[in-house]
Design a protein around this ligand. Structure first.
Ligand code: GLC
Length: 541
């Protein structure tokens, strides 16, 4: 299969692989590169253009690999560097591209640099070591809180503390250090030389800290925090861009940029900086016609202003699966939410998730599919407490169950755990337990059912590739009744497939479809020209 050239990332459908939970090749109950390589035909058939893999590097796994001890090697639990190289070649041979996760804000406490720093001396300049406050330095240097809960500082003796915006095992790197900058440019080249097509940049808004690391204070302005979105961060991305642009093909950066205002966000996507970023505003929004239309319109404006492609994302490895969110009374999501237990009508959640799939696949720009979205998986909310692994659980003093519920190993086949996740002869159980009810949701079961979520994603991704991606990268809103959104995508330069319309019915009643020649695809059966409640359809006018 030939790779489409030039600016592929502007309209790509990118599938997020949470490596630990995708497919286990060696039978230890943890996903790995061998397992992933065997499942590449599934991804090609699904119809995505590229894969984004969560961190595969050597790591003590204090935060599931987002604590990197060696940026130039693969953790033995996932495989070897040679296998990673073979995987990159295999991915390309399947007509797909591969984006890897880069974690520049912090490394692991086991990284040689941090071990050296603990011993003292100038090696500390690569991190944030500061004297504590109080008479003997017994208080943290400032009032910053870790994103995982608790203070963002850990003492190392003699009144000295180090900064970690995440877990204590993830010391923040000091991007004022020329060595840190040079090291990451070198890491980029290491992987670009091995053929990766791009990087997802972890915590892209966080690398640079405000001079003097001042207190946040009791009533901070969320748009002006001392530990994120400092002006100096943009120079880092400009320098990375120069590194990547020197390579053949379009090698890209996708930013994980969580910021409160679209204006702040857009600055990361200016020409010469990151190519694109995840649209979290869309992800966290309520599933209601008004707010959805507003966020789409705002997204298009924000991105048009800087010439970057918008992206659409419904779920990832840090959030509650959208089948569960959309089945709840309050469908909007806030990272600080208590994640567990709010009642959810999963049947409704699935209907809405089907509609949301067609909506996101129909919009201009790029789209992300998190592994398991295509199977309609819900959040697993009953993992026994003693099996929870996300550091959030401990750090929150057992008040936030964290993100494990969206990270449960995928069900592939068969009618009992591990559902083909591990080879049949495997002794180990999956690293997180799978619900027995996933029996009907395996990829195998859904492949055989034309009404399944998997069948819907396959059809949607195929039509997107053949038709939708080639349309002009804009949309026009059409007249619609209350609770219904209708938009058209004008024909692209190629002129071909004009007249594409997407209709989303957010209401609890069926609504008549606008005039059309053909229903190309629908998330629920259209009968007598009526689009059912909580459903979406693609039309040719
Ligand atoms: C990002 C990752 C998340 C990780 C954190 C710290 O938000 O998506 O999984 O815990 O960064 O690296």
């Amino acid at each position: 299969m030939a790779l489409t050239p030039a600016a592929w990332w502007r309209t790509a459908a990118i599938y997020q692989i949470y490596v630990r939970s995708f497919a286990d090749g060696d039978g230890d109950g943890i996903g790995d590169l061998a397992g992933l390589r065997r499942r590449l035909p599934y991804l090609r058939e699904l119809g995505v253009d590229a894969l984004w893999l969560t961190p595969w590097y050597v790591s003590p796994m204090a935060d599931a690999g987002y604590d990197v001890a060696d940026y130039r090697d693969i953790d033995p639990v996932f495989g070897t560097l040679a296998e990673a190289e073979e995987l990159i070649a295999d991915v390309h041979a399947h007509g797909l591209r591969i984006i890897i996760d880069l974690v520049p804000n912090h490394c692991s406490e086991r990284h040689p640099w941090f071990r050296e720093a603990l011993a003292g001396g100038p090696a500390r300049d690569r991190f944030w070591f500061l004297p504590g406050r109080g008479e003997h330095g017994e208080l943290p240097p400032n009032d910053w809180r870790s994103y995982f809960g608790g203070p963002a500082w850990t003492p190392v003796g003699e009144g000295q503390w180090y900064l970690h915006m995440f877990a204590p095992q993830q010391p923040d790197l000091n991007w004022e250090s020329a060595e840190v900058r040079a090291e990451f440019e070198d890491i980029l080249r290491f992987w670009l030389d091995r053929g990766v097509d791009g990087f997802r940049v972890d915590v892209a808004h966080g690398l640079v800290k405000k001079d003097g690391l001042p207190d946040v204070g009791p009533d901070p302005d969320p748009a002006d925090l001392p530990y994120q979105d400092r002006d100096g961060v943009h120079e880092i991305y400009r320098s990375w861009r120069r590194v990547a642009d020197a390579y053949e093909g379009e090698r890209v950066f996708v930013g994980e940029v969580w910021l409160p205002t679209p204006a702040q966000f857009a600055r990361y996507l200016r020409p010469g900086e990151l190519h694109s970023a995840f649209n979290f505003e869309f992800l966290v929004g309520a599933w209601e016609a008004g707010p959805v239309r507003e966020v789409i319109a705002a997204t298009l404006d924000t991105h048009a202003a800087v010439g970057a492609p918008p992206t659409w994302v419904l779920s990832n490895h840090d959030t509650i699966r959208h089948v569960t969110r959309y089945g709840r009374e309050r469908t909007a999501f806030d990272m600080g939410d208590k994640r567990h237990g709010a009642p959810s009508d999963l049947e409704l959640g699935v209907r809405r998730a089907r509609a949301a799939a067609l909506l996101t696949l129909a919009l201009p720009g790029g789209v992300y599919v998190y592994q398991g979205d295509e199977l309609g998986l819900a959040e697993v909310e009953d993992i026994p407490a003693e099996l929870l692994q996300d550091p959030t659980w401990e750090r929150s003093g057992h008040t936030d169950r964290g993100r494990d519920g969206c990270r449960v190993p995928l069900p592939w086949s068969g009618d009992q755990p591990p559902f083909g996740f591990s080879p049949p002869e495997a002794a180990a159980e999956p690293w997180l337990p799978q619900p027995a009810a996933w029996k009907g949701l395996t990829a195998e079961a859904q492949a055989a059912d034309p009404r399944s979520m998997l069948a819907l994603y396959r059809a949607g991704l195929a039509l997107r590739r053949d038709l939708v991606a080639g349309l002009a990268q804009t949309l026009t809103w059409l007249e619609a009744g209350a609770g219904v959104l209708v938009f058209a995508r004008p024909a692209g330069e190629a002129g071909a497939a004009g007249g594409f319309v997407c209709v989303v019915n957010f209401t609890a009643q069926a609504v008549p479809l606008p005039a059309h020649e053909e229903v190309l695809l629908a998330s629920a059966p259209v009968v007598d020209g009526l689009l059912p409640a909580e459903a979406a359809a693609w039309l040719r006018r």
